[in-house]
Ligand binder design. Sequence first.
Ligand code: GAL
Length: 422
Amino acid sequence: MTSTRPALRSPCIALAVVTLGALHVAAHAGEVEVLHWWTSGGEAKAAQALKGSLQAKGHVWKDFAVAGGGGDAAMTVLKSRVVSGNAPAAAQIKGPSLQDWAKEGVLASIDDVAKAEKWDTLLPPVVSDIMKYKGNYIAVPVNVHRVNWLWANPEVFKKAGAKVPGSWDEFFSAADAIKKAGLTAVAHGGQPWQDLTTFEAVALGLGGTEFYKKALVQLDPASLKSPTMEKVLTTFKRIKDYTDKGASGRDWNLATAMVIKGEAGMQIMGDWAKGEFIAAGKVPGKDFVCVAAPGSAKAFTFNIDSFAMFKLKNEANVKAQKDLASAIMSPEFQETFSLNKGSIPVRMGVKMDKFDDCAKASSADFGATAKSGALVPSLAHGMAVASSAEGAIKDVVSQFWNSDKMSAKDAMDKLASAAKTK
Ligand code: GAL
């Protein structure tokens, strides 16, 4: 009997220690509710890395995922939550919208974290400028996505006897050959943001960076109603003939899956598509190929994911927000996240040796285009103009894509007035 006593006692002691330990953690642990739209296979894996980095600091992750590629649905939900006084602790907000939210006075400054960790020395100015409001950091950048990519299935191209295109002429020759071979040439999801993603790729590839900047960043009326824009619109519309009947409303990752399975030859999409290929166990350069969208090899449309923190009262939660910001900028997280997401690290100096050739090309091109001036913000991904104008332009582009009646001239008039939306 006596010999069992210590054994009986020790679980009690252990329990007491565990309880005390839990109390100790609870006193410092905070909770961060995180709004994002990363729900596809590759995106979810990347989001998991984010969750893990917060939990590693002893905090609680409250998932607030709103499905819908490109984030339009998530932004609508965010607005209603903030208006009703129930903002999440952190939300994926990007580009010029950060300034709008900051002006509303609802965002918390994370400048103390940024100063302590010297973010100004770790980020290129094109990135840090977007993350600051009145000189203070109000958001933390996660990664850099390149939007002007074309993803191809080499088996499909082989079957069709086609060559992966470098120009728009080559694109249509390849598309004809794939169509003849009885497969879908272009995997597309007919949702407004995907239409706009394709449209901006055509604008960049046909018009070049100067035209892209004037028309889609500065929203210059003359460029929006120019012969170049007319050519962009007719070329964009021509692509529709090479998509399949099921395209309307399709999610982008299902379009990527068509390329993965060899049902379709190619997709024009940002490099989050690579996250899907990787999640499906596909090998870059072998099972799939990445090339710049036709005509845009020397340019780079950038899309930087970032998180803004909303003002909170609870001290432990504020601490958790700052810990999350710090974790996002750590080299380990930057590497793991982008390996899953298909992007490249936004923090300078992160080693690229674990990355594939698509990411290595993206990284080299990001630096080169920043120097040459061919680094341009993606309109379709909230980096170029205010969200009001972006939304109106997106509507016109989708109407034009879907309508049998709208001429390119009509579309140009509508684009020019959409650009004025405040
Ligand atoms: C983009 C976002 C990416 C990617 C994509 C599809 O706007 O920046 O991270 O997830 O939408 O959902």
